[in-house]
Design a protein around this ligand. Structure first.
Ligand code: SF4
Length: 551
């Protein structure tokens, strides 16, 4: 592969950065790759792997794939190898990465804003049935993920997705990932401002654009003008949160530097109010700061949150204004408290046009191609042409006339998709886990689903808003740090000294009004088998001892 020079930092002259000279920042002149990932990106832009997939790998098969592409650049088009079947969690840390690789892929379809037409949803469902053994998980970033994808089928899958305006571009990799947005943008009766025009412009500017295809690490974006604050804005690299400015009217409050995984951090406000027309410029400024000043030496210090933590909000805003926007931002107020404890839009809600939207809950985001196709059919049969996915692994059908709402709710219920779910079904999320994820140590999806069933049976009257999030490893794909009960998968010894699957427990995390990370309960681990008993005990005790209004 031809080596390409590193992309220049932004065209503006750079200030001298004396601190962190060893962090590999391009803006400080550090273009020599300091680790293998940076070298791979310098050798060839990840976006270029698409041509090789179309012309070589899909024709010659899995064994023809260049290792640098297989473990690196394929991500720029949403592809990861899935975990080889039958390898238990104990082997995750001791086997070489290639020993964990299956010859099949996970393929992530980016669904910015969770917005799908029923025609798009039907194609997503059909691809699942035809090429992915029926798999199609709704993720906690509004994407859909397939498994069991063969490299031979990828070009045809792209054809079909792109035929209806969907894409897998930069769904993974060190890139601008899917942009999450309020799933009820433009329709909710209580909306402060509709961020959709800004979202569309941000996509137009950065997707498939080589100027933003080599970032230090992933870059997560959120925008919502909903008063329930429904995009987990606190844990994104950049977030725009709807707010009413006392003089200038509705716009967005700017947050930067949130993120979970190692060293979780909540985003910080820059105390800036951004009118909707300026959101794309500000977005491009923030992502450019990340590209130019982001740390590239160590992968685990490469997210924007580390730069923000070192600089602080004031300096970050000043660099954004002086070097990138060339203008001052307007000071603005903090967003109001979220208007609801649940931020998921489950149930039946009136739209601003007098029609209704219906949010419903699969279990832990697990659906399949057949179900998705049926949801598209049902939506259309009830006069709707639009659905949305949410960051809680749930779905919404939009634009339903009042007289058809009950019929839709009943029809969804018949598919085991409840618009009136229990607290447990509503509030439980799980990451991919050991079924397909190479980093996983324990099972998550099936365990989350069975935990829901058990808790529904044992605590039928529990109706307090509650979140239970399960991760299959120490990473944070299911946001365990921000859940009321966060469960981090690990291996442990049971009472007989046998190694079994279990979870480290984190209690009391939250987003929204009382945002904060759950406390790791020192030494508290629970085996998978004991999990329902443990959660039942915690909840019964909470019910018995809570004070008025206590979460
Ligand atoms: Fe895989 Fe760990 Fe992420 Fe779960 S949290 S999907 S196990 S990397």
């Amino acid at each position: 592969m031809a080596a390409t020079p590193p992309k220049p930092a932004a065209a503006t002259p750079r200030r001298k950065v004396s601190r962190h000279r060893g962090e590999g920042q391009w803006a400080a002149g550090h273009f020599t790759p300091l680790n293998g990932n940076e070298q791979t990106k310098k050798d060839d832009d990840g976006l270029n792997v698409r041509t090789r997939i179309e012309t070589i790998y899909s024709k010659r098969g899995f064994d023809s794939i260049d290792p640098g592409d297989l473990r690196g650049r394929m991500r720029w088009w949403g592809l990861y190898t899935q975990r080889r079947q039958g390898i238990d969690g104990g082997k995750t840390a001791i086997l070489e990465p290639e020993e964990l690789d299956d010859r099949y892929f996970m393929l992530r379809v980016r669904i910015d804003g969770g917005a799908l037409t029923t025609a798009q949803l039907r194609v997503v469902g059909e691809i699942s049935q035809e090429f992915a053994r029926g798999t199609a998980d709704i993720t906690d970033r509004q994407n859909v993920q397939y498994h069991w994808i063969r490299i031979e089928d990828v070009p045809e899958i792209w054809n079909r997705l792109e035929g209806v305006g969907l894409s897998t571009v930069t769904a993974c990799g060190d890139t601008p990932r899917v942009m999450i947005a309020s799933p009820v943008a433009g329709i909710a009766e209580d909306e402060i401002i509709d961020g959709t025009p800004a979202l569309e412009e941000m996509k137009r500017r950065v997707l498939n654009n080589p100027a933003y295809s080599n970032l230090p690490r992933k870059f997560k974006t959120a925008i919502s003008g909903s008063p329930v604050q429904d995009v987990v804005h606190e844990i994104n690299d950049v977030a725009f949160v709807g707010v009413e400015h006392p003089e200038h009217g509705p716009g967005f409050d700017l947050w930067v530097g949130g993120g979970l995984s190692t060293n979780p951090k909540l985003g910080v406000r820059l105390n800036a109010w951004v009118p909707i027309d300026d959101v794309p410029d500000v977005y491009e400024g923030v992502i450019s700061i990340f590209r130019d000043y982001g740390y590239r030496r160590l992968r685990n210090r490469a997210r924007l949150k580390f730069l923000v933590a070192d600089w602080g909000a004031e300096k970050f805003r000043q660099v954004l204004e002086d070097e990138y926007l060339k203008r001052k931002l307007t000071d603005g107020p903090a967003p109001a408290e979220p208007s609801s404890r649940w931020r998921d839009h489950i149930g039946v809600h009136r739209q601003k046009d007098g029609r209704y939207y219906v949010g419903f809950a699969p279990r832990v985001g697990r659906v399949d191609g057949t179900i998705l196709t049926k949801v598209a059919d049902l939506a259309e049969a009830h006069g709707s042409g639009r659905v949305r996915t949410t960051v809680e692994q749930k779905m919404i059908v939009l634009d339903v006339e009042e007289g058809r709402v009950d019929s839709l709710v009943e029809s969804l219920e018949a598919l085991d998709l409840s618009a009136r779910p229990s607290t447990f079904r509503r509030g439980t999320m799980a990451c991919t886990g050991i079924e397909f994820c190479k980093l996983a140590i324990v099972e998550t999806k099936a365990r989350g689903a069975s935990l829901i069933d058990e808790l529904e049976r044992r605590l039928p009257d529990f109706d307090e808003p509650l979140t239970i999030n399960l991760n299959g490893c120490p990473n944070a794909c299911a946001r365990i740090q921000t859940a009321d009960i966060g469960l981090k998968g690990q291996l442990m010894l049971d009472e007989h000294g046998e190694q079994v699957e279990g979870y480290q427990v984190h209690l009391g995390g939250a987003l929204g009004l009382e945002a904060g990370f759950g406390r790791k309960v020192r030494g508290l681990k629970v085996t998978a088998q004991e999990l329902p008993d443990y959660v039942e005990r915690v909840l019964k005790r909470f019910q018995a001892e809570r004070e008025d209004g206590e979460r």
